[in-house]
Design a protein around this ligand. Sequence first.
Ligand code: ATP
Length: 401
Amino acid sequence: MLNKKSVDDISVKGKKVLVRCDFNVPLKDGKITDENRLVAALPTIKKLLADGGRVILCSHLGKPKGEPKPELSLAPVAVRLSELLGQEVKFAADDNVVGENAKAAVEAMKDGEAILLQNTRYRAEETKNGEAFSKELASLCEVFVNDAFGTAHRAHCSNVGVTEYVDTCAVGYLMQKEIDFLGNAVNNPERPFVAILGGAKVADKLNVISNLLEKCDTLIIGGGMAYTFLKAKGCEVGTSLVDDTKIDYCKEMMEKAEKLGKKLLLPVDTTIAKEFPTPIDAEIEVSVVSSSAIPADMMGLDIGTETAALYADAVKSAKTVVWNGPMGVFENPILAKGTIAVAKSLAETDATTIIGGGDSAAAVNQLGFGDKMSHISTGGGASLEFLEGKDLPGVAAADDK
Ligand code: ATP
């Protein structure tokens, strides 16, 4: 079990606290178009300010690829954060992040004040976990807090390198919540534990499939990845998305499920069409056939109605459900029915429901089921690596309790 030092376990009064946040918000014409990530960061920031910390915030934004890009400046974030916190968050506008402005601002800070550094990815060393920039960041603070789960699967200066040079390194509330939900689900789930995997390709989720099979009681497969499994079972899958190089892998997984006594559910029926819709939301003619009767010239684009009911039923008896990846081409309303049915079944159950970020999180929110889930992970890639059973460098770098 991960037992990391959190912001509740440290004393920050009068101390300079560097906080790695996830302020990677969408911007349009210099305006923040979705401030969820800022709002989500507030509890940790408020706690540190209330405890008398001198709070130095940092984050990356977009992919400036190691050089200053004015359109990816964090300046608008400082403005909005000031409004949300009801106190000024001074912006240290140094293109080299830890520059003269930042150093002077930190020097002048009083207890309970906050500043924000420039986009950490303005520095090329950031994503290479370089020593010099890590040390520069560390030189600003006495305590480090990491609250950016979305980058926890990467070892960068601002979440991993910096921890080498700071004595006290803790995790923030957001990070703690991710560790608690994902960690508990994977390592200590209340059973039955049902894992649902979808999305485009088997190859993207090889390790997730294998690891979850060991941990869960039932593994449900939908989306594009189901057809490689169906083909491995000997079904005709027509022109559906198939990865021929992973047929043996799918066979292995089916054998593994049997050996471990786990249920591995595959679609029993499939929504098919002549071709992939273009544009993706184009109106198309579909029909539903048995998964063993997909005509050679047709393509599976969603789970069928019987499968949707079967999957919803499996969710009903679960105590823990983890879901990653849509059941079909959900961007098209005609092909979103399977994804909606699964989302609805999760919304209706009393089980602990965890959405593994990315597309699935977007789908659940879009459908208006967001507040019905126990936890929606803020990190697509990071949550997948968690589900693979990997150690996340950004989490591992924090002190143990
Ligand atoms: P995240 O990890 O971010 O939640 P994901 O795992 O859902 O993402 P992908 O593996 O890219 O991401 O899968 C999502 C995509 O899979 C969607 O764009 C969806 O349209 C596509 N998809 C789902 N079912 C099929 C199918 N049967 N044929 C082709 N594409 C499909």
